[in-house]
Design a protein around this ligand. Sequence first.
Ligand code: FAD
Length: 356
Amino acid sequence: MKTDSQNILIIGAGLAGTCLAHQLIAKEHRVSLLDRGINHSTAIAAGMVNPMVFRRMNKSWRLDEFMKDATTFYIHIEKELGRSLFHPIVIRRMLSSEQERNYWIERSKLPEYQDYLTELTPEDESYSLAENQFGSGRLKSSFWVDAKVYYEQNLHYFEAKGNLLKEDFDPLSFDENTLNYKGITYDKVVFAVGHQQVNTPFFKELPIQQTKGQTLRIQSAEMPENESLNRKCFVLPMGDQVFRIGATYEWDNPDLTPTEEAKHELIGHLGILGSYSYKILDQQVGVRPTVLDRRPILGEHHTIKNLYLFNGLGTKGYLMAPTLARELSDFMFEGIPLDKEISIERFYKKISALNS
Ligand SMILES: Cc1cc2nc3c(=O)[nH]c(=O)nc-3n(C[C@H](O)[C@H](O)[C@H](O)COP(=O)(O)OP(=O)(O)OC[C@H]3O[C@@H](n4cnc5c(N)ncnc54)[C@H](O)[C@@H]3O)c2cc1C
């Protein structure tokens, strides 16, 4: 153990908490992860990493750096956890308009898109396994992470190392002045509780929203298993003719009940891709921690020193979390400032302006 090794408590062992824990352990800090063992986001997610924003056919925000770190992280972590969870996949976008098709043709010729967009081929034009009015295009570098395996195996991993406190965080047992929790004093404490931020006493003033998402699992002998079809919804092949269809976006809704409305919405979206026969196996419900400006929130509490937040991973958590965990760790231990776009300061400034 290094001499400057610190004692860290991370509350929440979803993507945010686990990515940070792996980073800190690699730097030889002593990490305790606290999690209640029930997860409605990291474990429920489709875990897809899609490099593009299709509407205007742009690269996703900070794509190149996020993608590099994420790929390296998941390949490393599946070895560390001893379970396969990283699955490269070709996403086939069924183009939805002439304009989208033109964007694709233009962008796919640009050097900065070479890692992500393939140029349209005659096979893409004549692709017959889905509705193909405007042609289709294939994405490179995309992958999906088996979300349930990721969450469960991380819990096993940290439990086996003696790093996991499997319990509800008890605010009455926490003294924020000394950072003492149940008799142990920590050097730093990080809240990474996802959409349940609203139920914790710290950082309540920050605008983390709860965005419900629902998906269907279906079985079909007619749908392609070698690619993930995409238009209006994604179709993620999971093997053995089983597919995940998703996802809905239900803003400001933390309710965990599956609804008929969402089921019909997803069936309708699937129908746009083609008229396949299939059987619905089940319906999953989760809640994403989202922020109105669509950027995560990282940083230190405005009055309590050494109390940190890592939240707001939103719809692209699996892409962003590994890089953001490193940036938060650099901020906590090296004092390297967080980018303005992700820093908690953007909200504290607004709040103090309102109060003055
Ligand atoms: C339906 C759906 C589909 C998605 N699909 C994708 C996708 O394809 N690709 C993608 O990149 N992202 C996807 N996401 C988003 C992604 O899942 C999130 O960005 C990410 O999981 C958020 O991780 P987190 O660690 O911040 O929160 P969480 O995963 O919610 O983790 C927080 C943890 O904190 C614990 N916790 C909270 N409060 C307490 C407490 N008081 N005491 C003890 N423990 C506590 C919880 O038990 C939980 O395990 C999807 C999300 C949903 C809901």
